[in-house]
Unconditional design. Structure first.
Length: 213
């Protein structure tokens, strides 16, 4: 936890909010959450809070987890500036989530869970499903593997340390594992969901939308 949190602390200290606008699919996500009468939503890997703020501003009861104290500090400040509230906690995604079974109506995680090897990612997905109630909604994005390479890493020096798992040696996320996905591996890893949509967004990430069976 410390190494990952330290890396993200440095990123957030130098870049601030990093992402200011919500993901392009978030209006659709909100429509689906409202359609299914969701109230309690988890943002796993909330970072500096762009989706925590977005969802809280639309009336959801929002919970956010992140391993970076700096990210959480910025997120809390952002919520205060907007006059909003959310339950934010420091926690690493590789550990058991601090909630009971079926606690959430929805879980989102944008550009987060791929920062691990595949075995760890499978455990994270298992935990996402554990804390989600039956019929609960999931929206997760993971980077696209294209022609066997990390499509988004132009100019980045890296090595492949396991199939589809890469370690960058340069760039802002150097030293942090990244696992890249094909559409087929998305369907396999999220096989316990009823996937209603799977597409690639404008920043070359697969977007998985589904419901817990």
């Amino acid at each position: 936890m410390t190494e990952r949190a330290d890396a993200w602390n440095e990123i957030f200290k130098h870049q601030g909010k990093v992402f200011r606008e919500p993901h392009e699919d978030m209006p659709m996500v909100v429509d689906l959450l409202e359609e299914h009468h969701a109230t309690r939503v988890l943002d796993l890997g909330c970072g500096t809070g762009r989706h925590v703020v977005y969802l809280a501003g639309r009336g959801f009861s929002v919970y956010g987890l992140d391993s970076s104290p700096e990210g959480l500090r910025v997120a809390r400040q952002w919520l205060d500036e907007e006059g909003l509230d959310a339950d934010l906690r420091r926690h690493t995604m590789t550990e058991r989530l601090p909630y009971g079974d079926g606690f959430f109506d929805g879980v989102i995680s944008v550009q987060v869970i791929h920062h691990a090897d595949m075995a760890t990612i499978r455990r994270i997905v298992h935990e996402i499903l554990r804390v989600l109630k039956p019929g609960g909604f999931v929206f997760v994005t993971v980077p696209e593997l294209k022609d066997g390479k990390p499509y988004s890493w132009r100019g980045i020096e890296y090595e492949e340390v396991a199939p589809h798992t890469f370690l960058p040696h340069t760039g802002p996320e150097r030293g942090l594992l990244h696992t890249y996905f094909t559409a087929e591996s998305c369907r396999e890893v999220f096989g316990d969901l009823d996937i209603v949509d799977l597409h690639v967004d404008s920043v070359q990430h697969h977007c998985v939308l589904g419901f817990k069976r």
